[in-house]
Design a protein around this ligand. Sequence first.
Ligand SMILES: [Zn+2]
Length: 120
Amino acid sequence: MLSFIRLGVGFPYRSFHGTRVFHGIVDTRGHSGLISPSGAIASPGYLKLGSMELPVRPIWPGLLLNIAIVAVPVLVVLGVRDAWRWVHRARAGECTGCRYDLSGVPNRSPCPECGVERVA
Ligand SMILES: [Zn+2]
């Protein structure tokens, strides 16, 4: 008789899973998360990295939700950083694209270094 233990990992949503196969009946009390009973005869869906084994089969809804949860704050931070940089450069009289010093360049003409149009 074989026993199968399917393990899902990920935070905040489970996003990867794998299965461990054991001979006989496995007592899983006290085992959770990445820790599973030793003695698996096969681990389909696991990637062995040295002494660690990580489940690698995607659980698409959880994986996509986790990516969205991480990506949204990163994109907001990058957007705020770019906006701050743009305002700082414009106020300093520099090109907003390449920081070229625009003193002496006529107001409506584009940056002579990179060609970015200037805002009045
Ligand atoms: Zn420029």
